[in-house]
Design a protein around this ligand. Structure first.
Ligand code: SF4
Length: 279
């Protein structure tokens, strides 16, 4: 006989739902929220959450377990930003790619690190596949994640102007990031994320064969060169990565925040142009 207690019925529904989710997606993607408030559980099984989504609630003693069960707009919402794509995987032969197009297509569904689950778009890189100069940032930001292209938006426009000031066009150089996916809230890349993604950057460089790398920003310089040196220190020297000369300068977004840095950035870019002319 059907249990008449609405709370127990709701609990059974929640338990069944959770079992189904764990079966489909695995335990690592089940992220329950503990709700410490004392609000009365909804007997209809739905309530409106802070972001407007509906949620089922069940009471277990004084502790309430809240799970989003109803009218989920997409799985990104359900899994708190993480999109689960069990079918996503890289081509196991990606490292044999002999062109940027083939490499892009082989790795664009990468989920090697957690950022694969939270990105909107994989941001491979853009520009001249035979460029002598490669510009490398740390990771895509919000605009880049939206558009799938590195250095777009205001920082990208400023970068285009900086290049034009030394008579280079965006299409003359190659532009990419150390990470191909955006870290949530633009946080710094984690060491394990950089480690997981670095083989792709190395393969890009192997295909392009540039002579100079210009790292844009302290984080890009520190991550690529595996150092904790400050930007001031990094800007003083020329380094080497995979046999390629490396210079480090300011990130264009930093120049937007502090125009006083434009003069030292200009000096860095002139140094890079001189090195470029001597190739
Ligand atoms: S950041 Fe790099 S390693 Fe991580 S999922 Fe994206 S492409 Fe893969």
């Amino acid at each position: 006989m059907e249990n008449e207690n609405p709370i127990e019925n709701t609990l059974k529904d929640v338990e069944l739902f959770l079992k189904q989710q764990v079966e489909i997606f695995g335990e690592q993607f089940f992220l329950p929220e503990r709700n410490e408030s004392q609000s009365t559980p909804s007997t209809s099984g739905s309530a409106t959450g802070a972001r407007g989504e509906s949620a089922g609630q069940a009471s277990n003693g004084g502790d309430q377990l809240k799970t989003k069960t109803i009218r989920i707009k997409d799985d990104r919402e359900l899994f708190q930003g993480a999109v689960v794509r069990p079918e996503w995987k890289i081509d196991p032969h990606w490292s044999e790619s002999d062109s940027l197009e083939k490499l892009d297509s082989a790795i664009s569904k990468c989920v090697r690190c957690g950022l694969g689950a939270t990105r909107k778009n994989f941001v491979f890189g853009v520009g001249n596949p035979n460029a002598k100069l490669v510009l490398i940032g740390e990771a895509p930001g919000a605009d880049e994640d939206d558009q799938g292209e590195p250095f777009v938006g205001r920082a990208g426009q400023l970068l285009n102007k900086i290049l034009a000031a030394v008579e280079l066009r965006r299409e003359d150089v190659y532009i990419c990031n150390i990470l191909k996916c955006r870290p949530p809230n633009n946080r710094d890349p984690l060491p394990e994320e950089a480690e997981a993604c670095e083989p792709y950057l190395k393969k890009q460089l192997e295909i392009i064969k540039p002579k100079i790398i210009l790292c844009l920003g302290r984080i890009a310089g520190q991550t690529l060169l595996k150092t904790n040196a400050t930007l001031t220190e990094l800007r003083k020297s020329t380094y080497e990565y995979e046999g390629i000369k490396v210079l480090v300068t300011f990130h264009p977004a930093a120049l937007l925040r502090n125009p006083n840095w434009k003069r030292p950035a200009w000096e860095d870019v002139q140094k890079m142009r001189k090195m470029y002319d001597e190739l």
